[in-house]
Design a protein around this ligand. Structure first.
Ligand SMILES: [Zn+2]
Length: 174
């Protein structure tokens, strides 16, 4: 596997989930997105060698120690998600996001005030990444067409379909 990421591979990564961030599903503007290594570069060799499921998700279990820039290890990411994920492994990143609600409750007076006056309603739920919602569609040969935070539109065999995010979460057993 090559050490650098070619233009062609970069385009492939961008297109992976229809031009949306693999984690939060934000639309990725050209030049304002980044390539995330799902298993971080600096820990890749050691993590792959360890084959610990917490560090190497099932869908990456086929990678060898030389596959750091394999398309399967690369996700298109918005800057915010990529900066936040930093070198967390996937489950560590998920846990960190899961703590956010607890943190704003603990540290943000603005948030607590808004909540007390019914301006925000909490809907605690499992953290599901956008790419996880897309995976079953892509595995069926589908291509992500658009996503607006609620509706995932996709094309299979030239036909357009759509699914509501919550429905997708239920259907795909998250
Ligand atoms: Zn994002």
């Amino acid at each position: 596997m090559k050490k650098t990421i070619s233009k062609k591979l970069r385009k492939q990564v961008y297109d992976k989930y229809g031009g949306y961030c693999a984690y939060c599903g934000t639309e990725l503007k050209q030049r304002q997105w980044q390539i995330d290594h799902i298993i971080a570069k600096n820990r890749f060799m050691a993590d792959v060698k360890s084959a610990v499921p917490e560090l190497v998700p099932e869908f990456l279990s086929h990678l060898t120690e030389l596959d750091v820039n394999h398309i399967d290890n690369l996700n298109p990411s918005c800057r915010r998600c990529n900066n936040f994920k930093h070198s967390f492994d996937l489950e560590g990143f998920r846990r960190e996001i899961g703590y956010q609600l607890e943190r704003v409750n603990k540290y943000s007076v603005n948030y607590r005030t808004a909540k007390r006056f019914g301006q925000v309603v909490e809907t605690p739920r499992q953290v599901v990444f956008f790419f996880e919602l897309c995976a079953p569609i892509i595995n069926k040969g589908g291509k992500i067409f658009s996503y607006n935070g609620k509706i995932i539109s996709f094309i299979i065999d030239g036909k357009e379909h759509w699914i509501h995010r919550e429905e997708a979460e239920k259907r795909f057993n998250f």
